[in-house]
Design a protein around this ligand. Structure first.
Ligand SMILES: C[S@@+](CC[C@H](N)C(=O)[O-])C[C@H]1O[C@@H](n2cnc3c(N)ncnc32)[C@H](O)[C@@H]1O
Length: 484
């Protein structure tokens, strides 16, 4: 069973993964670059402007790293001494905080690897030298295997420096008895190298000369704005990079874990290459993207989609009404907000960053009503008591904002007959004269969402490419439900 976890990877490492159960760990943590990264979302006006939503911040300097440092003291005294010493030197608190947090997690990651397992740590030259010492201490220097240079060529051109065009990937193994399939990652020699060899040793080109043993410098293009695989997730890595790592260090059926999985590059490649996988991310948007990414290529093939879904366990979100109520009642910084869970996870929409005073709406989702035209569903979420007045006010907002449909979400025990009657009176949305009609105001219960039902709106598909029998007329069931 493949597993996706929403939450802090430290908790997952401590509580959910068995020791010595993983064959390969690849991590690409935030780089301590003091930038916030944003995921782009389609904005409500549906023009070219994009609403930005913070996906994650890679500045961990606010985390109370001292607590973690004391925990490390109990785990490994040398690690603690190293961090404590740095903390007393002329090194910024941001760096020490970052290293403490990484050290703590890498310590547990090593425990999860089995004896033939490998660990790849993706970082950049601002942190790689510190992280190498941490890894030498955790894995033992003799298990250091490579410092891989990922050379991506593109990027900015500074005026007074050599331009930075590479990341570093540190490769360690748990023991000297590790998996390494060099034949699966052979590198093609360039014409220039072949020519030089031919001049010096003509026999080399005739025998096995066209490929060479893989080296530690990898020239692979980064994801740019034109890249086909681009999902809009900041810091997304190219699949080719992960393909190399996975092929070199695992065999089919092996288990691969990415504890900072982002939009799921490791997971997508692991799935494609027939490996099992575990993904963890602290951003619920990342988890949503990973899920969508896995299903993206199988639109119109419900059997394949169901097979993939059946083989994924998603952890960290409410799965039943009791845990949904618990989330609604208790606000806890480490968990997703109830409203975000409903809108961004259960309904695949976007939380409205501008509101939430009364008179606005909590979120929205857009749909294609024709080849070019789009329309919008506005969403209102109520976690507590609800009256008919709330429905009435929401209907006014939908009218004022020119929403096509309004989805009003609450718990089932809040829904009353007057509310249903009022919603009915709001009338219908009909995208065109020959299509179906949809209730303008729809009351959706949390129970509905947990059972895979969601707001109903038209799903437009280009009939020139699909046979008419395959066209769903409306989304009675939420086709992308995570928990259906
Ligand atoms: C550089 S991105 C990874 C990008 C990924 N390799 C890809 O190709 O999409 C780092 C990720 O780490 C996540 N992250 C940061 N702190 C975390 C933590 N404590 N636990 C789990 N994930 C975390 C962020 O939300 C972000 O998605």
């Amino acid at each position: 069973m493949n597993k996706l976890y929403y939450g802090d990877n430290l908790d997952v490492l401590k509580n959910s993964i068995e020791d010595e159960s993983v064959d390969l760990i690849y991590i690409d943590p935030p780089f301590n670059s003091k930038r916030g990264y944003n995921v782009l979302f389609e904005s409500i006006d549906m023009t070219n402007a994009k609403a930005q939503k913070e996906a994650f911040a890679d500045t961990w300097s606010n985390v109370s790293y001292l607590d973690e440092m004391y925990e490390i003291q109990d785990l490994d005294l040398d690690l603690y001494r190293f961090l404590h010493t740095l903390d007393n030197l002329r090194i910024s608190k941001g760096v020490v905080s970052y290293l403490t947090i990484m050290t703590h997690r890498i310590y547990y990651m090593r425990k999860k690897l089995n004896n033939t397992g490998s660990f790849y740590l993706h970082c950049d030259p601002t942190m790689s030298h510190y992280l190498k010492i941490v890894c030498d201490l955790i894995f033992d220097k003799k298990n250091f295997r490579n410092e891989i240079v990922w050379w991506y060529e593109t990027g900015g051109i500074p005026e007074n420096d050599f331009s930075r065009k590479h990341d570093i990937i540190l490769r360690y193994c748990k023991t000297t008895d590790y998996v390494f399939n060099s034949k699966d990652v052979k590198e093609k020699r360039s014409k220039e190298v072949l020519r030089r060899i031919a001049t010096g040793r003509p026999s080399a080109t005739r025998s096995k000369g066209h490929y060479r043993h893989p080296s530690d410098v990898w020239k692979i293009p980064a994801i740019n704005a034109m890249a086909k695989e681009r999902l809009g997730y900041p810091t997304q890595k190219p699949e080719e990079l992960l393909e190399r790592i996975i092929k070199a260090s695992t065999n089919e059926g092996d288990i691969i874990a990415d504890f900072f999985c982002g939009c799921g590059t490791t997971i997508a490649v692991a799935q494609r290459l027939g490996r099992q996988w575990i993904g963890v991310d602290i951003s619920h948007l990342a988890i949503r993207l990973v899920f969508d990414r896995l299903l993206k290529n199988f639109e119109g093939k419900p059997e394949v989609i169901n097979k993939i879904k059946d083989n994924i366990e998603i952890n960290g979100f409410p799965k039943d009404i009791a845990s949904a109520k618990d989330l609604a009642e208790k606000t806890d910084k480490s968990r997703i907000k109830f409203q975000d869970w409903i809108i961004e996870i259960m309904m695949n929409g976007v939380s409205n960053p501008q509101k939430t005073a009364d008179g606005g709406f909590d979120g929205y989702l857009t749909f294609n009503k024709s080849e070019k035209g789009k329309d919008v569903v506005l969403i209102e979420v109520k976690s507590g008591n609800v009256t008919v007045k709330n429905i009435r006010e929401f209907a006014e907002v939908v009218e004022k904002q020119k929403g096509s449909i309004g989805a009003f979400v609450c718990f089932a025990d809040q829904v009353t007959k007057p509310m249903l009657a009022w919603a009915k009176e709001a009338g219908y949305y009909k995208p065109n004269i020959w299509g179906n009609r949809y209730e303008k105001i729809q009351i959706i219960t949390v129970e509905d969402l947990l059972e895979g039902r969601s707001v109903r709106y038209p799903i437009y598909q280009n009939i020139t490419f699909k046979s008419a029998t395959n066209i769903p007329m409306q989304s009675e069931n939420n086709p992308n439900s995570l928990f259906e």
